[in-house]
Write a protein that binds this ligand. Structure first.
Ligand SMILES: O=C(O)CCC(=O)C(=O)O
Ligand SMILES: [Fe+2]
Length: 322
């Protein structure tokens, strides 16, 4: 099936070959979207119970069990997705992304804002600029990963509904050796998108202590042992006061996800997490998010351009149609 491609959303000015390397482009947004820098507003709709009951591989079962028991599971791309050709495509894309992101890293001693330490490919910065065209073809390797049955079988089983894909991105976390204080998502917080937010993080660099690994409090999503502490949706702040947090949650109840390139984390980030406090080494990763269709979160920073969809399952198409 082939679907007509929409007219370009990016201004021709932004795509001129002479564009300064490392500069951002401004996608064309409608007036409702312009106010919040989103590309589109997601249509909030009813959730549909997940009735597939897929036969899970041992790796998928391990991840589903981890999500249910702790709100987090760690595996590898090889074990869960296991598509070597896709990995090579992703890696090649990521290499060219890193080369561009390195040029965009700010020359600052310390980060003040999230966009100082996190260079994102398709999510706009505070001025609404994006690095790359956020109209992403449905046969892009990133979409084939994020909307794969390998992931959706697990995520939809965990959520019990057919989920939607939002927040697809490539990240380059900038190291700041002199940064003594954490800012924004480097601090413990819950994510606001949904009462359960499943995020995938796939490392494309070896992430050790110096590269700002992702950290999590197992059992802190709704229903877990820490679920009622600064409970999701009941607090004004998504970031609890750091000192109180330190006092309430012992170090032994937190995990730090260092791991080699190819490490894949699936996590309910409605639970407490933080990351990206890189001091000596950059961190390179792919991230995307799954939410229930009835989540109030209406921000979409990308748009799927449908093409070559024959290989996509029904749950994949459902996840992509936002
Ligand atoms: O950079 C990190 O590891 C944390 C990111 C985060 O808070 C999020 O994706 O919701
Ligand atoms: Fe977060």
């Amino acid at each position: 099936m082939s679907v007509a491609v929409r007219p370009p959303l990016i201004t021709s000015e932004a795509l001129r070959p002479g564009r300064r390397p490392g500069s951002r482009i401004s996608p064309v947004r409608d007036s409702a979207a312009r106010k919040t820098n989103v590309l589109r507003r997601r249509v909030v709709g009813p959730a549909e119970p997940y009735d597939l009951q897929p036969n899970l591989s041992p790796a998928q079962r391990h991840v589903l069990d981890g999500l249910r028991a702790h709100g987090i599971a760690v595996t590898t791309f090889d074990d869960l997705v296991g598509d070597g050709a896709l990995w090579l495509e992703l890696e090649a894309e990521m290499r060219s992304w890193v080369a561009r992101a390195e040029k965009l890293a700010p020359k600052l001693a310390k980060p003040k804002h999230k966009s100082d330490y996190l260079i994102r490919r398709w999510t706009p910065d505070s001025d609404g600029g994006v690095v790359d065209d956020p109209r992403i073809p449905s046969d892009s390797p990133w979409v084939r990963l994020a909307a794969s049955d390998a992931l959706l079988d697990v995520v939809n089983s965990y959520r019990g509904v057919y989920t939607k894909l939002v927040g697809l991105d490539n990240w380059y976390t900038v190291p700041f050796p002199e940064s003594e204080e954490r800012v924004a998502s480097q601090l413990w917080h819950r994510d606001p998108e949904d009462v359960h937010v499943v995020k995938c993080f796939l490392y494309f660099s070896d992430v050790d202590e110096d590269a700002g690994p992702f950290e999590y409090v197992p059992g802190s999503a709704n229903g877990g042992r820490y679920g009622e502490l600064w409970q999701w949706g009941t607090e004004k702040r998504w970031y609890p006061p750091p000192e109180e947090f330190e006092a309430r949650i012992p170090m032994s109840d937190r995990v730090r996800l260092t791991g080699p390139k190819g490490t894949l984390i699936l996590c309910d980030t409605a639970g407490f997490h933080r990351g990206g406090y890189a001091r000596a080494k950059p961190r390179v990763l792919e991230s995307h998010t799954y939410i229930s269709p009835d989540a109030k979160h209406d921000k979409l920073y990308h748009e799927i351009v449908w093409r070559n969809v024959d290989g996509l399952s029904w749950q994949s198409r459902y996840a992509l149609a936002c």
